[in-house]
Design a protein around this ligand. Structure first.
Ligand code: PNS
Length: 159
C-alpha cells in the first residue's frame, strides 16, 4: 500500500491544488490531503470550512482521504504510515522554500520522501493568496476555484 500525504493550508483549495491531487492519486494507492491546523498563520477560512470545501469537491474519489493535522508534518506522515509528502511546484519562486522544507523534513525523518508535482501550466500563476485578493476586490474567481469556494468567497467579501 503506497500512501502519500499532500499537506497545505488550503485557504482555500484552488484548481491548482485539485490538479496536483489528480496527478498524485494516479501515482499512489492512497492520497491523504492534510489541512494544516496552524495557530500562527491567520487564515481567511476556518479549519472546518477548509476541510468542508475539500470534502465536497473531492467526494467520491476513491483513493483520496481528507484529514487535518497539527504539529510536525513528518510525525503525521509516520503516524499515517505514509512514505511520501507531495508538494506542488509552480515556478522557480516556489523552489527555495520547498527545498528548505523538504531537506528539513528529511533531517527530522528520513523515511518520508518529498515528491514535487507540477500542475498544468495554466495554474502556474494561481495561488490561494491571489484568489483571495481578487475576491476581496470584487473580481471573478470562477475559473480558479471550485464552485463551493466561489460562493464562500462571495459571502466573505459581500459588500
Ligand atoms: O499551503 P502551505 O501554507 O504552503 O503549506 C505549508 C505546510 C502546512 C505544508 C507547512 O507549513 C508544514 O508542513 N507545516 C507543519 C509544521 C511542520 O512540520 N514544520 C516543519 C516544516 S520544515
Amino acid at each position: 500500500m503506497r500512501r502519500a500525504i499532500y499537506p497545505g493550508s488550503f485557504d482555500p483549495v484552488t484548481n491548482g491544488h485539485l490538479d496536483v491531487i489528480e496527478r498524485a492519486r494516479k501515482l499512489f494507492d492512497e492520497v491523504i490531503v492534510a489541512v494544516a491546523h496552524n495557530d500562527q498563520k491567520q487564515a481567511l477560512f476556518s479549519l472546518e470550512d477548509r476541510l468542508g470545501f475539500l470534502r465536497e469537491t473531492l467526494a467520491g474519489q476513491a483513493n483520496v482521504q481528507i484529514a487535518q493535522f497539527q504539529g510536525l508534518l513528518v510525525d503525521f506522515a509516520v503516524a499515517q504510515k505514509a512514505t511520501a509528502v507531495i508538494r506542488g511546484l509552480r515556478a522557480v519562486s516556489d523552489f527555495e522554500f520547498e527545498f528548505q522544507m523538504a531537506l528539513m523534513n528529511r533531517k527530522l525523518e528520513g523515511s518520508v520522501e518529498a515528491i514535487f508535482l507540477m500542475p498544468k501550466e495554466e495554474y502556474t500563476y494561481l495561488s490561494s493568496r491571489i484568489v483571495k485578493e481578487i475576491a476581496r476586490l470584487g473580481g471573478e474567481t470562477t475559473k480558479f476555484v471550485p464552485s463551493i469556494v466561489v460562493r464562500a468567497l462571495q459571502k466573505k467579501f459581500a459588500r
